[in-house]
Design a protein around this ligand. Structure first.
Ligand SMILES: [Cu+2]
Length: 134
């Protein structure tokens, strides 16, 4: 009987330590994620030359649908400067403007109003994207 109790105690201790260890690893993973910027939209390489608009890959994805109040993050993965500027090249709207984003720089905005927001790159007029806030 005593043997059984000892075995049960050992099993419980092993289970508890396994659970604590897995919790610890989860916390470590969250810390790692803070370092890496999670992108919703990417500016891929070579978009500083015309052509990406033909295959709809100047901003990827070129249309992003988000819920009202959610943040959208763009990451410039190209080796050239780019911007995320509201409106179109012919008529910018002054709602948001990232300014020139360095390679691997990110830009985030929270959309608090519903609607369709067109945006473009001030340096490369063929680069166009849309945010649909629902
Ligand atoms: Cu650009």
């Amino acid at each position: 009987m005593l043997k059984k109790i000892i075995i049960i105690v050992i099993v419980v201790v092993i289970v508890i330590s396994t659970i604590s260890f897995s919790n610890f690893s989860t916390e470590e993973n969250i810390e790692d994620e803070d370092v890496i910027v999670k992108s919703d939209v990417v500016m891929p390489t070579k978009v500083s030359r015309p052509g990406c608009e033909d295959i709809d890959r100047c901003y990827v994805p070129s249309l992003i649908v988000v819920e009202k109040g959610k943040q959208v993050t763009w990451v410039n993965e190209d080796s050239a400067f780019h911007s995320v500027t509201s409106g179109s090249y012919d008529s910018p709207t002054d709602i948001f403007d990232s300014g020139y984003l360095d390679p691997y720089e990110s830009y985030s905005i929270t959309f608090d109003e519903t609607g369709t927001f067109d945006y473009f790159c001030t340096l490369h007029p063929w680069m166009k994207g849309q945010v649909l806030v629902e």
